[in-house]
Ligand binder design. Structure first.
Ligand SMILES: Nc1ncnc2c1ncn2[C@@H]1O[C@H](COP(=O)(O)OP(=O)(O)O)[C@@H](O)[C@H]1O
Ligand SMILES: [Mg+2]
Length: 308
């Protein structure tokens, strides 16, 4: 597939001297959903702000559909819809006016039928005459999405769209995203939740400390990183792992009170059933069992260490 956004050797040093991006390279393919995954402070907002032309790069180059985002700002900005991380809305304007006005700001002729469709898609139609200050936080976020879609962008950026959003809004947001993708819109969302990236993205780019650590198809990444741990709390502490259990990938923790079993979720058999049977045969009694998935934190550590 052709790339619609091309980022090459992009760097950003803020006036404070802080280096927020360090030589970022990234190609975004037309029609895909890319999740930009990274912890707070990783540089996600900085990166998308530069692509959207609202923050100037210190070095490197970004093109959108072949146009440079600095030199051809108006052209590239018109192709992009941005849903910002912060909720900023004019409290005393109506939903309808805010969204219609936003279309005009991007140089598009009025199209009430399009605005109506956007508001209906986002379940905002019955609020169209309400002032923004009368809306709940979730509704305000929908208005930001409606604004971003008002000028029919080919590319939509969602910066931490689900921060502080309830489950039902999150679900309806993903439905809107799926519909947009089906209509050919390229979607980039930033998040620090791996579950979210997993749920929605075609590809995942991991960013940390201003550097892209990897870009990969989601399915391949989840297979690679989908390790889980089973924690077995024991009725009696063990001094060491008995020989009968030596074939399992086990570690002893908490002064021998817990056995930790690392297994691969993508494997055909996890080996849990066999492990529990062996524990029973060995006469080891259990107090509790729990599983935990590798967290984003673990995954970062793993990726960063693998890169050394
Ligand atoms: N205007 C600014 N001036 C100085 N430092 C900034 C500015 N904006 C962001 N930063 C710093 O750059 C780093 C990356 O920020 P940001 O791109 O917002 O990360 P993210 O969106 O991944 O949380 C952070 O350490 C942040 O404090
Ligand atoms: Mg951010």
């Amino acid at each position: 597939m052709a790339s619609i956004v091309s980022v090459s050797n992009l760097s950003k040093t803020y006036a404070s001297g802080f280096e927020a991006l360090k030589g970022v390279n990234l190609d975004i393919e037309e029609g895909e959903i890319l999740a930009l995954l990274g912890p707070n402070g990783a540089g996600k907002t900085t990166l998308i702000s530069i692509i959207c032309g609202i923050v100037n790069p210190s070095g490197g180059k970004v093109t959108v559909d072949g146009h440079d985002v600095v030199h051809d700002f108006r052209e590239t900005r018109a192709m992009i819809g941005l849903v910002p991380q912060e909720l900023t809305t004019d409290a005393f304007e109506t939903v309808w006016n805010t969204v219609s006005f936003s279309r005009g700001l991007h140089g598009r002729k009025p199209d009430p039928a399009h605005i109506e469709k956007v508001l209906k898609d986002l379940s905002l139609w019955n609020k169209k005459d309400n002032m923004l200050r009368e809306l709940s936080g979730g509704m305000k976020r929908r208005v930001l999405i409606a604004k971003a879609l008002s000028h029919e962008p080919r590319i939509l950026f969602l910066d931490e769209p689900t921060a502080g959003v309830d489950v039902s809004l999150r679900k309806s947001m993903w439905e809107v995203v799926e519909r947009l993708r089906a209509s050919g819109v390229t979607i980039i969302l930033t998040t620090h939740y791996i579950e979210e990236a997993e749920e929605i993205a075609d590809r995942i780019a991991v960013i940390n400390g201003g550097e892209i650590l990897l870009v990969e198809e989601k399915d391949a990444l989840m297979t690679k990183l989908g390790r889980k741990q089973l924690r077995v709390d024991l009725a009696q502490p063990l001094e060491r792992i008995p020989d009968s259990l030596s074939s399992y990938n086990l570690t002893l923790e908490d002064n021998g009170q817990s056995l930790i079993y690392d297994y691969d979720t993508s494997a055909e058999r996890t080996g849990i059933t066999a492990l529990l049977a062996t524990l029973a045969e060995t006469g080891i009694r259990l107090r509790d069992l729990s599983t935990q998935q590798s967290s984003l934190e673990d995954i970062f550590v793993e990726i960063v260490e693998a890169g050394r």
